[in-house]
Design a protein around this ligand. Structure first.
Ligand code: NAD
Length: 477
């Protein structure tokens, strides 16, 4: 089978790299290259940033106001919905995500992100401060400039739109660098943006890798005013250093090792169903995955038996088949990493109750018990369909175990005791705590992590804070 081309989008048009360099993109289901992707260099990044700069300094976008920008973003959301099949297939082919998830969750969320931030920018009031002195002060939220957005491969379209929607709604222009494993949907989105009426240069996409490639060139470029990054914590540190050198504000959404605490008084049907989703959605390649399950001792046996049965009932296989719930891992390198974790289970004192390697790059939903708190499996982000189950005795122990991690993106807890829900929810060190649910989002709420899980928050006014320069105007009246 031949390969399809995936190009950059610069200044409103598809573009090859100046030196015509390309790299291959592999479909993890077939393990065959399916696309030839433009490989961006520093020169291509410079073209994109220059175009974004021009669109910001001279173009209509920052000047047209929130309503007019909102109309274009809403039109883009309409186009995302009408191209849902194409966009979903792009992400599924790039990284093996089950097509039902891509079509039913990620694409609608992309449209929702665009619609939400279009409305939010238009409707959010700015503060005013009538002063005792008789002066009048008020805030203005002015576009920051050119935003560099660097994205991971696990939810390509959804996470890219989470960054670019608020950046655009507040009047910035954007250069997006998608992950090298998932270039396809970003180029489609940028093409649709032009179709929706977005002026040239407002949304640019440059493909390539991180170090010594498009990613690094983008973070070092003097024309960039904001860097928003989602990816691994180690990469976040490197990007933070690059941003510090230029004193550019940076938002970091990084890795996670989510604790999922099930108390004996929980509704076990609910707890099992949500906990299964929390770890096996997207084959565990979720920053928010509930990869450390802590279950109170009186119910640990029953919970584990039910959880194992539900894990075994999941449909593993070809991600392009509508019934599939767990597809392959995104790449050969990532598959090898997760397999290394599986191979280390016994040496860490653990036992695999179900799961293990599957066909090709799939790993079956895996349940591990007997692993101590200091084992790599409990401390490192596996980013695969592997959960550890650990019993605990009381609330204090549950909180201690859950918080015993350098990460702090999110945690879940299951209980029918209202006071305990509030008490433990407050005690968990995490950016988001879900009580008796998982992955439910209000886009106005803060989203981000504590510790190694990130710096800063996005969502609603938190995104406004990052993507604008808030200004105080003080008037004598
Ligand atoms: P990654 O850090 O390897 O890559 C992310 C992006 O950064 C890619 O586009 C990559 O090309 C680029 N990059 C890498 N090195 C760079 C450098 N030196 N300079 C500039 N750009 C560079 O992460 P990944 O493997 O693509 O994604 C998985 C990780 O993302 C996991 O750790 C996961 O937890 C995390 N994640 C976090 C969130 C969140 O909201 N907190 C959401 C999704 C994923």
């Amino acid at each position: 089978m031949g390969t399809v081309p995936i190009r950059h989008v610069i200044d409103g048009a598809e573009a090859d790299s100046l030196d015509a360099a390309v790299f291959g993109s592999v479909d993890p289901a077939t393990r065959e290259p399916y696309a030839e992707v433009a490989l961006g260099s520093a020169a291509d990044v410079d073209r994109a940033v220059t175009s974004a700069r021009r669109a910001f300094d001279e173009g209509p976008w920052p000047r047209m106001g929130t309503a007019e920008r909102g109309t274009i973003l809403q039109r883009l959301a309409d186009l995302v919905e009408s191209h849902a099949d194409e966009l979903a297939l792009a992400d599924t082919t790039d990284m093996g995500k089950p097509i039902d998830d891509a079509r039913g969750k990620d694409v609608p969320r992309c449209a929702q992100n665009l619609r939400f931030f279009a409305d939010h920018a238009r409707m959010t009031p700015a503060e005013q401060y009538p002063m005792d002195s008789g002066h009048h002060a008020y805030s203005r939220y002015e576009a920051a400039g050119v935003v560099a957005a660097i994205a991971p491969w696990n939810f390509p379209l959804m996470l890219e739109s989470w960054k670019i929607a608020p950046a655009l709604a507040w009047g910035n222009t954007v250069v997006l660098k998608p992950a090298e494993d998932t270039p396809a949907s970003a180029s489609i989105l940028a093409r649709l943006a032009t179709e929706a009426g977005m002026p040239p240069g407002v949304l640019n996409v440059v493909h390539g890798f991180g170090p010594d490639s498009a990613g690094e060139a983008l973070t070092a470029h003097p024309g960039v005013d904001r860097i928003t990054f989602t990816g691994e914590s180690a990469t976040g540190r490197v990007i933070s250093e690059a941003a510090a050198r230029r004193l550019v504000p940076v938002s970091l959404e990084l890795g996670g090792k989510g604790a999922n605490v099930v108390f004996a008084d929980a509704d076990l049907d609910d707890a099992v169903a949500w906990s299964i989703r929390a770890i096996y959605t997207n084959a565990g390649q979720v920053c928010l995955a509930g990869s450390r399950l802590y279950v109170q001792r009186p119910v640990v046996e029953e919970f584990t038996a039910r959880f194992v049965a539900a894990a075994e009932a999941l449909v593993v296989g070809d991600p392009k088949q509508p019934r599939t719930q767990v597809g392959p891992l995104a790449s050969e390198a990532h598959h090898a990493k997760v397999v290394r974790h599986l191979e280390g289970v016994e040496a860490q004192g653990g036992k695999i109750l179900t799961g293990g390697t599957g066909d090709g790059w799939t790993v079956r939903p895996t349940v591990v018990v007997g692993v101590g708190p200091d084992a790599p499996l409990q401390r490192q982000e596996v980013f695969g369909p592997l959960v550890t189950i650990t019993p605990f005795d009381d609330e204090a122990e549950a909180v201690r175990l859950a918080n015993d991690t350098p990460y702090g993106l999110n945690a879940m807890l299951f209980t029918e005791n209202l006071s305990r829900a509030h008490r433990v929810g407050a005690a968990l060190r995490a950016g988001t705590v879900w009580v008796n649910c998982f992955f439910v989002r209000d886009l106005r709420a803060p989203f981000g992590g504590v510790g190694d899980s990130g710096v800063g928050r996005e969502g609603g006014t938190f995104s406004r804070e990052f993507f604008t320069e808030p200004k105080a105007v003080v008037m004598a009246i």
